[in-house]
Design a protein around this ligand. Sequence first.
Ligand SMILES: CC(C)(COP(=O)(O)OP(=O)(O)OC[C@H]1O[C@@H](n2cnc3c(N)ncnc32)[C@H](O)[C@@H]1OP(=O)(O)O)[C@@H](O)C(=O)NCCC(=O)NCCS
Length: 183
Amino acid sequence: MTVLEGATVRLRPPAVEEYPLLFGWFNDPEVVAPYDRFSVDTMDSFVASVESASTDPSSLAPRFVVERRTTPGPIGFVGHYKPHPVLEYLEVWYVLGDTAARGRGYGKEAVGLLIGHLFATTAFARIGAVCDVENVPSFRLLEGLGLRREATLRSALFHHGRWHDVYAYGVTRPEWSARTPPG
Ligand SMILES: CC(C)(COP(=O)(O)OP(=O)(O)OC[C@H]1O[C@@H](n2cnc3c(N)ncnc32)[C@H](O)[C@@H]1OP(=O)(O)O)[C@@H](O)C(=O)NCCC(=O)NCCS
């Protein structure tokens, strides 16, 4: 079992008894809203996606829950996926389902742990992320970790009744290695 320990948060695989909580976050528009949409259709399909994720590089399922080191129990979850059938890189995603835990640095620390883990355990030379241009906490998190805004994908995401522009961010392996402090 892979467990990633940071200064204040821990990333670990989801436990079976936590699936209902995580499924609820995926389907709660107040958690993922207003900027994104991660919903799946049914609890059964959610469980199947979580349990098959380790053999599916393109899976959008949660790969780790995020918990405070001082207080057990999920406050969020993160994942990674290969977004393109030809291009060789990974993208990360992240949600703090416990909205009271937001704005305290947990998200940034969790995503930093995840990106560091991916560079340490895969051969990919680039890790990316995409976010709605209106999602200020998300792109500030990415910029705080040293990812660069590389593009604006116009009208790439549909939610809340309209098309939204999306920023594409990325960091290369040498850039990540050169960070101070290293992630
Ligand atoms: C995006 C999310 C994971 C950020 O996690 P977080 O723990 O709240 O963020 P952090 O406390 O680590 O802060 C990260 C950066 O965003 C900034 N930030 C956090 N909340 C903010 C807010 N409400 N408004 C503006 N900036 C904010 C912080 O100041 C920090 O920037 P800095 O390093 O330049 O100071 C969290 O807000 C969330 O779960 N949002 C809903 C789901 C979502 O949007 N996921 C991403 C989809 S692309």
